[in-house]
Design a protein around this ligand. Structure first.
Ligand code: CTP
Length: 414
């Protein structure tokens, strides 16, 4: 029986025996920061990867492992009945098989079988295991029963191999859990949840900001003059207006309350972070100055003058906004930025059409007090419907509100 309406949501955090079990600590901490009551349940073998004491300290109640630890002989029914949601991170191939098969031979699987609450599984394993037909079959079985699967990311795995299998970003897992619980996603700053009122209440907004850094070697990189101020102002303004905001940023500027911050460095990091979050978003605003080119070869150790002048061969980065336009789902609002120094409107209009967005915010960064690193900005918002809205020189917060006014109008019209 889930908790009373005003009680914090009760979430069972299941942890099975994978290398990425250490990342479940971050999931636990972020959920507790967001006001969730977290009951950690580890499998016996998970304790070989991460300690019970850590979850005892960070969770909302003592960690449980065995079916026989509690005075009560039926802890799984207590947990299963009380849960508003059960999330398993990481979910190993073995755990998925046992859950899909209906096995209940330890506290975690018994809880999974005993609950009627929504269940989220976050698989993590080596690529070969992830691609094995038995794992994919078990996931299909679980999905067909209504279990939410947060797929693993591609990246470096234990042992140095690269491929799909890495546990999804803990921030993303927490966002999805809060989303399923119907809670505001304002976990970036503990205790500062997004307001439930405002003209963007309930709207999920993803904003990108800052100039990406493309490494040459461990101490050098290519970047641009973007400060991230306009993107951060947009994220903060959207949160003030009640939206659930995720800010994917390459800038280290501070961020106001109610915004989930996902720090990134390169265009590739930004692409992964934005695309994975855009699926569930109502609005995506690409205010970031994404580097257009990156060094083809990134040197693993510092280059020295004595090695001679290095030849820098560049390759294009992925066009994130173009990809968002291609994948866009019905009703989603897409906003791009075009910072130009000449033929401003012509270039901005071409980008609006070419990238398939609803609004393109054009600014002439050669003008006085406009664009990079200034606290003020002057923009023209071009609409796919042929409209233009001029926003004269003013603070970046006011410019952010003017852009969000246009976004709101589009959302209302859909
Ligand atoms: N953008 C992106 N991915 C890239 C480059 C740009 O998502 N690799 C987005 C920016 O965040 C911005 C919009 O596309 O919202 C326009 O960016 P801009 O740099 O002005 O345009 P480019 O596509 O890079 O074209 P050009 O090099 O001709 O200026």
């Amino acid at each position: 029986m889930p908790g009373a309406a005003d009680a914090p949501p009760f979430v069972v955090l299941g942890v099975s025996a994978g290398i990425s079990a250490y990342k479940a600590v971050e999931v636990c901490r972020r959920l507790v920061d967001a006001g969730v009551h977290v009951a950690p349940v580890l499998t016996e073998r998970a304790t070989r990867f991460v300690g019970k004491a850590t979850f005892d300290a960070l969770g909302s109640e003592p960690t449980q492992i065995g079916l026989w630890d509690e005075a009560s002989p039926i802890p799984h029914t207590r947990l299963g009945q009380r849960a508003d949601l059960v999330v398993v991170a990481p979910a190993t191939a073995d755990l998925l098989a046992r859950y899909a098969g209906g096995f209940a031979d330890d506290l975690l699987t018994a809880t999974l079988v005993a609950t009627a609450a929504p269940v989220v599984v976050c698989p993590a394993m080596h690529t070969e295991m992830w691609e094995h037909p038995s794992v994919q079959h078990n996931l299909a079985v679980l999905s067909s029963r209504g279990v939410t699967v947060i797929p693993p990311e591609e990246g470096r795995l234990a042992g140095g191999d690269v491929g799909p299998g890495r546990l999804a970003d803990p921030a993303l897992i927490v966002e999805r859990v809060l989303d399923l619980l119907g809670r505001p996603v304002g976990v970036g700053s503990p205790g500062a949840a997004a307001p439930a009122t405002g003209d963007l209440a309930g709207i999920r907004v993803v904003v990108s900001a800052g100039g990406t850094r493309e490494p040459i070697d461990p101490v050098r990189f290519i970047t641009n003059r973007s400060s991230g101020k306009q993107g951060h102002a947009l994220a903060e303004a959207a949160a003030r207006r009640g939206a659930q905001v995720v800010l994917v940023t390459a800038s280290s500027r501070p961020v106001g309350p109610g915004v989930v911050v996902v720090p990134v460095e390169t265009a590739a990091d930004m692409e992964a972070a934005v695309l994975s979050r855009s699926e569930g978003a109502d609005v995506v605003i690409m205010a970031a100055a994404v580097a257009d080119f990156r060094p083809k070869v990134v040197h693993g150790s510092k280059l020295h003058k004595t090695d001679g002048v290095p030849e820098l061969i560049l390759e294009p980065t992925p066009d994130i906004l173009f990809e968002l336009g291609r994948r866009r789902r019905q009703g989603q609002v897409l906003v791009g930025f075009a910072a130009e120094t000449d033929r401003v409107f012509e270039r901005a209009r071409a980008k609006l059409v070419g990238k398939g967005v609803d609004l393109m915010v054009a600014n002439d960064v050669a003008a006085e007090g406009v664009g990079f690193d200034h606290d003020t900005n002057e923009v023209t918002i071009l609409g796919a419907d042929g409209s233009t809205t001029e926003v004269p020189l003013r603070g970046k917060n006011a410019v952010a509100d003017a852009i969000l006014d246009r976004v709101c109008a589009l959302l209302c019209a859909r």
